[in-house]
Design a protein around this ligand. Structure first.
Ligand code: HEC
Length: 160
């Protein structure tokens, strides 16, 4: 009996963690919602193409941030914003306004998980889905935070 329930919880744990990093195509309704949020919030800077604007807004297409194995840095960026110099794929990105505004109040966990799933699976990107529970957990872990993130701080958050 004990052995059975241990087996059950291990299986549940394994399937939950593989869900979070699954490389299979995300559900269409999540992509649709994610695109809606993207076209309301992110597109003005990162552009509908995800290519950004040179010397202005960095690209999400083929970006190491967007396609990181785990979404822990991405979720933090959207919740609290980002400021200061940033590298994309190891190269400094030049922008006169190194500032991405926080969206943690405007967007709920579901909207943030959908938009990040959309970004991770659009513009040629192919990375794991982000779940509302993952966003909820990060929101809870960082609830004392008010400042925007810097690259140096984000780099301390593991993505593997
Ligand atoms: C007002 C413009 C603006 C909006 C809106 C915006 N961003 Fe950004 N974003 C930026 C800027 C500028 C940077 C670089 C910040 C820095 O240098 O500190 C950035 C950086 C990023 C990065 C890391 C760098 C890269 O190119 O991969 C990601 C990922 C990202 N944004 C995703 C998003 C998502 C998702 C949304 C919508 C929820 C969003 N951004 C909304 C301006 C914006």
């Amino acid at each position: 009996m004990i052995r059975n329930s241990l087996f059950f919880s291990m299986t549940a744990f394994l399937s939950a963690s593989s869900l979070a990093t699954a490389q299979e195509a995300p559900p269409p309704e999540v992509m649709t919602q994610g695109q809606q949020v993207y076209m309301q919030v992110c597109f003005a800077c990162h552009q509908p193409t995800g290519l950004g604007l040179p010397n202005m807004f960095p690209p999400l297409a083929a970006s190491d941030w967007a396609s990181a194995p785990k979404p822990d840095r991405l979720i933090r960026m959207v919740l609290h914003g980002v400021t200061g110099p940033i590298k994309v794929n190891g190269q400094a990105f030049t922008t006169p306004a190194p500032l991405m505004p926080p969206q943690g109040t405007a967007l709920n966990d579901q909207q943030i998980s959908s938009v990040l799933t959309y970004v991770r699976n659009s513009f040629g990107n192919k990375a794991g889905v982000v779940t509302p529970d993952q966003v909820k957990a990060v929101r809870e872990a960082e609830k004392a935070r008010t400042a925007m993130w810097t690259e140096a701080e984000l780099e301390k958050i593991p993505v593997n």
